[in-house]
Design a protein. Structure first.
Length: 134
C-alpha cells in the first residue's frame, strides 16, 4: 500500500534528496585583491592606527569595494589588526591595501613610537590583561 510518504511502513523518503544548486562564490582570492603583491610599500606594525583622510561627503563609489570598506571602517580610528579582523581578510592583504591607500592620500597611518626597538611595556600589559580576561 502506498501512503503519502512512500510504501506503508517504509520510513525512507520517496525520492532521494536533490542537491540544491550552489550560488556562485563571490570569493576573490587575496592575491587578486593586491595585484599579486605580498609585501606592502611601507612598513608598519599591526597595532598601528589608521584613520580616514576622506570626508563623509566625498564620493568614494569609484574606488574598489575593499578601499570603500577600509575608508568606512577608518572613519573611527582603528588598528591594522582590527581592520583585518573586521574585513575577514589576511593581515598581509590588509597591510598591502593600507600602504597603497596611504600613498594615495586616502588614509593616514599613525605609527606607534618605539624606544630604540624596546617593546612598549604599557601595550604588553594591556594585551596580557586582555588575554587573562578570555
Amino acid at each position: 500500500m502506498v501512503t503519502g510518504q512512500g510504501w506503508a511502513g517504509d520510513s525512507t523518503p520517496p525520492h532521494p534528496a536533490v542537491p540544491r544548486p550552489q550560488k556562485p562564490s563571490s570569493l576573490v582570492r587575496p592575491y587578486a585583491v593586491t595585484g599579486g603583491r605580498t609585501a606592502p610599500r611601507m612598513k608598519f606594525a599591526m597595532e598601528a592606527l589608521v584613520s580616514s583622510m576622506t570626508s563623509e561627503y566625498q564620493d568614494i563609489s569609484l574606488l574598489s569595494p575593499e578601499y570603500q570598506a577600509i575608508i568606512q571602517l577608518t572613519r573611527n580610528v582603528r588598528s591594522v589588526a582590527e581592520i583585518s579582523a573586521l574585513l575577514r581578510q589576511p593581515l598581509g592583504v590588509v597591510r598591502v591595501l593600507i600602504a597603497d591607500m596611504a600613498s594615495e592620500g586616502l588614509i593616514r597611518v599613525h605609527q606607534p613610537a618605539l624606544d630604540a626597538g624596546k617593546p612598549d611595556l604599557n601595550l604588553l600589559e594591556r594585551v596580557l590583561s586582555g588575554l587573562r580576561r578570555l
